[in-house]
Design a protein around this ligand. Structure first.
Ligand code: AKB
Length: 312
């Protein structure tokens, strides 16, 4: 068993619930403290839990000292669609929480920090197909702006104070254990629930909107592999592009129809269409594959079979 003591901030969200469970398997239940602004998610109740507001630097420092925390995973954030409804609040939450943790990391000499970035850093001026690791980056949403600024701050803290901050640019994440909240890619989770419940789904993106996506199992494994890789393998201190699959609403509907033949989909694009149109259709993640050995396992059809199996 490893001896790190880990704090996960924002553990009740889509990534946090599964990441907490996975880290508890690796480091031991009592060495992984989950925290969130809300009461504990039912799947987090089997281990240590603290109610914590990611914006409260004093309470965070107190918890870190009391528990002897050595690593922090900061997952609390407002995502792309929610962020556009209140841009200043999104900026404040996403940036203030990160800057506090970076300072705390230096002050308390944390061994590692994880903070997720997103494909939302890319905008309309970026090449949309096979978007490279290094390219034009001009995000158009406040979420994307905060993620790109956060990547630069993380790199700065690494260069200036040697802080070991690591990050991934997640594509849309699809999971059955915990629900997404406020993202543009959320349709790819909702569609499975609606297919099973009503055999019909009205998608808020148009039929041919291709976006990079990943099954949560792959995302969790990739995150832990990145965090466990020897520091000399982490050649980018900006976040790594990470890719698994790319599909449109029409294609995921087709994949579901292999299991539920009378499933139907209709389209009613809303404000999220414009966000999706600014994002890559597919991602080049050669750097992650070469530097620390990233490999995805799930494609669209194996993910669909697994989602329907667990939700059904
Ligand atoms: C969102 O849609 O906002 C997120 C993301 C791609 O970062 N799922």
């Amino acid at each position: 068993m490893k001896t790190e003591k880990i704090l996960i901030i924002g553990a009740g969200g889509q990534i946090g619930v599964e990441l907490t469970q996975a880290l508890r398997n690796v480091y031991g239940v009592n060495n992984v403290i989950a925290s969130d602004i809300r009461e504990a998610h039912p799947l987090l109740q089997g281990g240590p839990y603290a109610m914590l507001n990611a914006m409260d630097a004093v309470a965070t420092l107190e918890l870190v000292r009391k528990e002897g925390i050595t690593q922090i995973y900061l997952l609390a954030a407002l995502l792309s669609a929610t962020g556009e409804k209140d841009p200043k609040r999104a900026w404040e939450i996403n940036m203030q929480s990160l800057l506090q943790i970076l300072d705390l990391g230096v002050q308390e000499k944390l061994t590692k920090i994880y903070w997720p970035s997103s494909i939302a850093v890319f905008g309309t001026t970026t090449p949309h197909d096979n978007t490279p690791q290094k390219t034009v980056i001009e995000p158009r949403t406040v979420y994307g702006i905060s993620k790109y600024a956060g990547e630069l701050w993380s790199q700065y803290y690494n260069q200036r104070w040697g802080l070991d901050v690591r990050s991934l640019r997640y594509p849309g994440l699809i999971s059955w254990k915990s629900a997404p909240g406020g993202g543009t890619t959320d349709y790819a989770v909702e569609i499975y629930h609606e297919a099973l419940k009503r055999k019909q789904y009205t998608c808020f993106l148009s039929e041919q909107t291709y976006l990079p996506m990943m099954y949560m199992d792959d995302a969790i494994r990739g995150t832990i592999e990145l965090m466990e890789a020897p520091a000399e393998k982490i050649k980018s201190r900006m976040a790594y592009n990470l890719s698994a699959m790319s599909f449109s609403p029409a294609e995921i509907a087709q994949s579901i129809r292999a299991h539920i033949p009378d499933f139907s989909i209709s389209y009613a694009p809303d404000f999220r269409q414009q966000i999706a149109d600014g994002w890559p259709k597919s991602i080049d993640d050669t750097a992650a594959r070469q530097d620390w050995g990233w490999q995805h396992k799930f494609d669209l059809d194996t993910m669909t079979a697994d989602m329907l199996h667990h939700l059904g």
